[in-house]
Design a protein around this ligand. Structure first.
Ligand code: 5GP
Length: 195
């Protein structure tokens, strides 16, 4: 198994329930982003566990909101802590790391933060998110992890849209990237998977 192989249960579900929107956006609200299918989530987490079996990590990191569900499922199965980077600075947080991320779906920048209490020097983190598109969220996470003195052990995405090239950038950095479904094109609202 490697980062170029589609996980068939997810691929089939996308074909059945995924919807294409204008501008290269895939809507998966029926099973990932709004209503959540915990059974599929569990199967996908088991697949991540297999794909990252050779990697050492002590923490799962994600970004709110849509990464939280897959990250929790993985953390639950592995009995590892799950940390989510927050999109709004809590007034009660002082010991903080911050970075700025550009959102492709919302077409604006926002700050992301994480407490130094939960991302520490020496941590080896596996980052999990729902989508990899241009890689902006992932770049923000790399910045936060570097600022913390921690290390990225790998990055796992449920769905990668290869035509937006975030994956190319991350793999060029030497990061182990695993995506459970890779979509090469959404042109004319037809979902074209990599095999
Ligand atoms: P990136 O930062 O890699 O450009 O985009 C990743 C983030 O944008 C993900 O966390 C996800 O929330 C959102 N995103 C990007 N593309 C899509 C898409 O096609 N569908 C949905 N539902 N979210 C997307």
């Amino acid at each position: 198994m490697n980062g170029n192989t589609c996980f068939s249960a997810l691929k089939e579900r996308i074909l059945k329930d995924g919807k294409c929107l204008e501008g290269g956006i895939l809507k998966v609200d029926g099973f990932i982003n709004h209503q959540i299918d915990p059974d599929l989530l569990e199967q996908m987490s088991v697949e991540f566990i297999k794909r990252f079996a050779a990697v050492e990590y002590n923490k799962i990191l994600t970004i709110e909101a849509s990464g939280i569900a897959p990250a929790i499922m993985l953390g639950f199965l592995l009995h590892l802590p799950v940390v989510f980077a927050k999109k709004k600075k809590p007034s009660t947080m002082d010991n903080m790391l911050t970075t700025t991320v550009f959102s492709f779906t919302k077409n604006r920048s926002y700050d992301v933060c994480c407490s130094k209490d939960f991302l520490k020097p020496g941590d080896k983190v596996l980052f999990i998110d729902d989508f990899l598109a241009n890689g902006n969220a992932a770049k923000g996470i790399i910045d936060l992890v570097q600022k913390a003195g921690a290390e990225i052990a790998g990055m796992g995405f449920l769905i990668e849209k290869s035509f937006q090239h975030g994956g190319d950038y991350l793999r060029e950095q030497g990061i182990k990237v695993e995506s459970l479904a890779i979509i090469d094109s959404l042109d004319n609202c037809a979902i074209k998977f990599r095999d």
